[in-house]
Ligand binder design. Structure first.
Ligand code: GLU
Length: 419
């Protein structure tokens, strides 16, 4: 993927966004200090046996950033680029994401530094089980609830849930979300993040006077977020002009056949060899002539340099952290509207919350009910963000942080600092 190579802390940069909103809220220095420190960072070794019999050791992480509003919540990422700094930034973003859509959760994130494309299914299972076993004491439905993220699937969640349940000697589906339906998953969870992206995009397009039936959309990333977003944009009548994954980008100004791309990826595991569009690079995709641009891959894809050349009018962040603070400044100057990650991709964790609630009730909802509640939650909070942005003359990102920080601070003040 075309990420911008930067020798700076991702967490450090994430704090820049926090500070802008903290200034607007006139937050005191003590509260700033507390909110810019993770509650708990856990690093551990994951020894495992390769199918060949050889032993290897990977590094696992779980960062529990905040418990102010409830148990920790956030995905587990399996990727070669996973570091403590990245996981901390992702846990920090989860804190604001859960607060911005008003879920009763704090924020957390986990990861294993590994390349899943080189692992067999049984190797992946052993790594997942050891990862879960290391965290038995600190996760749980009332402590911290993991979920899928980059390269982790419902099957990985099933192994996690099983390992935890075996250790605590009782079935505990609510320890993770994003599980398969058969073992306590929620209808609508798989596509929820992509659905959330389209819900936010449609509402913002209406606000900006754009007709979805005439709008062109380019999407970077064809994983769980990008693929479902592409499908749902097409379903709503938008023209998807480009798609991409790690193999490159595929562009067709007349519209890519999203169904054909989904079928291709299902058959070959990625888009390599897809003939439904002209092959361009991931970097070129970001600069295409289109109305809506959806980065749905990894962090740091927009620098000040490429942000200056983006042609889209609206950017909806499906990925976490795709925009560097310098790029955000350029977007603001150029009048490009950005729905920030903590709002744009909050559909996933919102349906995770529904899944956790359904698991605890032992009563499962119809898909239409899940989707309807998802739309309600997202639009209600998006509208609040927009009202803050209008009132304060701020970007949607700063407004989203303002709303989220205010909610977390209120919870912290009510609970008090146990010192
Ligand atoms: N990994 C997703 C995110 O970044 C989902 C987290 C969750 O459902 O807990 O929002």
């Amino acid at each position: 993927m075309s990420t911008v190579v930067r020798d700076v802390s991702i967490f450090g940069e994430a704090i820049a966004y926090f500070n802008e909103a903290a200034d607007l809220l006139e937050l005191d220095s003590g509260m700033r200090r507390i909110l810019t420190h993770p509650t708990r960072q856990i690093i551990f070794s994951i020894p495992f046996q390769r199918d060949s019999g050889e032993f290897e050791v990977f590094t696992g992480y779980r960062v529990q950033y905040s418990f102010a509003r409830g148990p920790g919540k956030g995905g587990i990422r399996f990727h070669p680029g996973v570091t403590l700094d990245e996981v901390t930034a992702l846990a920090f973003w989860m804190t604001w994401k859960c607060a911005v859509v008003d879920l009763p959760f704090g924020g957390a994130k986990g990861g294993v530094t590994c390349d899943p494309s080189t692992l067999s299914s049984s190797e992946l299972e052993r790594i997942t089980r050891r990862y879960a076993a290391e965290l038995v004491e600190v996760v749980g439905p009332d402590k911290d609830v993991p979920a899928p993220d980059v390269n982790t699937t419902p099957q990985v969640m099933a192994w996690f849930m099983d390992t935890y349940s075996m250790h605590v000697r009782q079935n505990q589906p609510g320890v993770v979300t994003g599980k398969p339906l058969e073992i306590g998953g929620s209808r609508g969870r798989v596509e929820a993040t992509g659905r959330g992206v389209t819900i936010c995009a449609m509402d913002q397009m209406q606000q900006m006077g754009m007709d979805p039936k005439r709008a062109s959309v380019a999407i970077q990333g064809f994983g769980n977020v990008g693929m479902h977003a592409a499908r749902l944009f097409a379903e709503r009548g938008c023209k998807v002009v480009a798609l991409s994954d790690v193999t490159g980008a595929y562009c067709n100004p007349k519209g890519v056949d999203v169904g054909a791309a989904v079928a291709h990826a299902a058959k070959f595991r990625n888009l390599e060899g897809f003939t439904g569009g002209e092959r361009i690079s991931n970097a070129e995709l970001l600069l295409l002539d289109c109305d809506v641009l959806v980065p749905a891959a990894l962090e740091n894809v927009f620098s000040a340099e490429n942000a200056a050349k983006v042609k889209a009018k609206l950017v909806v962040e499906g990925a976490n952290g795709p925009t560097t603070p310098e790029a955000a400044r350029v977007f603001k100057e150029r009048g490009i509207v950005v729905i920030p990650d903590i709002m744009g991709n909050a559909g996933g964790v919102t349906v995770s919350y529904f899944e956790w609630a359904q698991d605890r009730m032992g009563y499962f909802w119809k898909e239409a009910e899940v989707n309807e509640r998802l739309e309600d939650v997202l639009l209600e909070n998006l509208h609040q963000i927009r009202a803050i942005a209008d009132k304060r003359g701020a970007t949607l990102r700063t407004a989203a942080y303002t709303l989220a920080i205010d909610r977390v601070v209120k919870a912290l003040k009510l609970r008090g600092i146990y010192a």
